[in-house]
Design a protein around this ligand. Structure first.
Ligand code: GN1
Ligand code: MG
Length: 373
């Protein structure tokens, strides 16, 4: 939660959107690393509506209007399909909807220049921070596979890249190298043997960094519409049935590779210790969860993934894990300017976790590849 936000101010902003009823609570929701997110409940005489009010981090999303344009495109493409299929399968698949402002816009800009928007909340469902069991892992796979299937016929050229360079790993390496030239970063590195160990870890993996750019140049894989951030706590699971229902946090949806989505979901689901673990001994890649997740994912994805695309899935798991570790490490060295932190060493520890997970993925390569055949 942003400590400057008062309930009074949040309620005032909420009332600018076209919501029915009277706001009864506005309280922090989830633990995203980027946007400030609040749950709002509005009651009428007859019912209540749960909504998600968010301040978009304009330091990360430089053109918030673009992500709202993308969200319009995405929901216009997907909602009719979901409505058409409603009741046909074993669950109701959901996707949040934009609530416009009373003036008919998709967001507002407050006096301080902050961008706010409201979307519907997927209610009676939970986005867990950690995997619960193999069935949960499988449900997450089904949700991502279904999402990819829904967008597999949406032309990526119709969406705007929400964060240019978002999953271009060589760009993160270049940024890391540039950061290291700054005296502050050098001082942080010199002061910490653990940071030096992580720097050596990065250096040992430089050669694999451009792998996906090379694969695209060869024409082995192509841009599709990706979610961009399908980690475990962006996947909603029904509280009553345990079935997956929706992908949330749709701001990073844009042109990209399904591979990075697959890898990002896998790295967050198959590490039961989570991203904030401080005991590295507990961080490891769990093959049983992986088997369950990929079985769920392939239920839908086997229909649209080409054999060549499938051939790169292992590399994606490894590289996205490395990339996220690199992003955390670079942010630590830069003085914690991107990811939200509650203590100065948090991004360093997050990097340690991802790099340890990356080692575990490398150690399990033959078994992971076998499960992907
Ligand atoms: C950020 O906002 P949140 O927590 O869903 C980040 C992802 C990282 C993730 C790691 C826009 O996602 O790329 O994988 O943290 N999102 C952005 O927890 O940078
Ligand atoms: Mg996010």
């Amino acid at each position: 939660m942003n400590t400057h936000d008062t309930i009074h101010e949040l309620t005032r902003i909420l009332k600018m959107f076209d919501v029915a009823g009277h706001p009864v609570i506005v309280q922090p929701l989830g633990c995203g690393n980027v946007n400030d997110t609040y749950l709002a409940i509005c009651r009428t005489v007859f019912a209540e509506e749960q909504l998600v009010l968010q301040r978009i981090n304009s330091n990360v999303f430089r053109s918030p209007e673009n992500i709202m344009k993308n969200l319009r495109k995405l929901t216009a493409h997907v909602h009719p399909k979901l409505e058409y299929q409603m009741g046909a399968g074993d669950r109701i698949w959901q996707m949040p909807k934009i609530i416009p402002t009373r003036a008919g816009n998709d967001f507002i800009i407050d006096g301080a220049g902050n961008v706010w928007r409201v979307i519907t909340k997927i209610a009676s469902a939970t986005a867990h921070d950690k995997v619960q069991d193999a069935r949960h892992a499988e449900e997450c796979g089904l949700v991502l596979g279904y999402f990819h299937w829904m967008v597999s016929d949406l032309d990526p050229a119709t969406l705007i890249d929400p964060i240019p360079g978002f999953h271009i790993t060589p760009g993160y390496l270049a940024r890391y190298d540039a950061t290291l030239t700054a005296p502050d970063a050098q001082a942080r590195l010199a002061a910490s043997p653990e940071a030096q160990r992580l720097a050596a870890f990065v250096d040992a993996r430089r050669a694999c960094v451009p792998l996906f750019q090379q694969a695209m140049e060869r024409g082995d894989i192509n841009l599709r519409v990706m979610h961009g951030d399908p980690k475990i706590n962006n996947i909603m699971v029904d509280d009553y049935t345990g079935k997956g229902t929706a992908m949330i946090d749709l701001d990073t949806v844009g042109p990209g590779l399904f591979h990075f989505d697959f890898g990002d979901a896998v790295r967050s689901i198959c590490n039961p210790a989570g991203e904030e673990e401080t005991d590295l001994g507990k961080v490891m890649f769990d093959l049983d969860y992986f088997e369950a997740f990929s079985r769920g994912y392939m239920t839908y994805a086997s229909g649209f993934l080409t054999p060549k695309e499938r051939g790169y899935l292992f590399d994606a798991i490894r590289l996205i894990t490395f990339e996220l570790g690199l992003r955390f490490f670079q942010d630590h060295l830069a003085g914690n300017v991107y990811f939200k932190t509650s203590h100065p060493e948090q991004n360093l520890n997050r990097a340690r976790v991802q790099f340890r997970l990356c080692e575990s993925i490398e150690a399990h390569e033959p078994a992971i590849r076998k499960l992907l055949q």
